[in-house]
Ligand binder design. Sequence first.
Ligand code: RB5
Length: 146
Amino acid sequence: MKYVIGNDHGGIDLYESVKEKIESMGHVVIHVGTNGHESVDYPDYAKLACEKVLSKEADYAILICGTGIGMSMSANKIDGIRAACVSDTYSARMSRAHNNANCLCIGARVLGNELANMIVEEFVKTQFEGGRHQKRVDKINKLEIR
Ligand code: RB5
């Protein structure tokens, strides 16, 4: 699988370890985030990363900012993106198993590196269960206003 990681300056310190975690699980990482601590605007990076998912250059997006909140608000404005802002491993698993999230948002200023990587691992290894959840995800998708 291919994972695109987008981060702002608040997420840069977590980026490397998340990249290593995903690669250690046998997946490919594309980076579209900023590389430094200079202040940037997270919606720009949410857009860059989510466009890679929509174009199928990546299967999933991982977005990292200070809290994960700005990234998730931005990503969920984009049709076709189902972004989950997550701070625990159970929610990370359920975001894939039940919600078929295609975008994980995490906060570098909220989580330590170890918990962040556990969350990422859970997201990466969990498959969507389909079944009764498919119809609910279809209803989420129908909420998009065209
Ligand atoms: C940047 O200072 C910070 O606001 C951003 O990284 C993020 O936490 C926004 O939701």
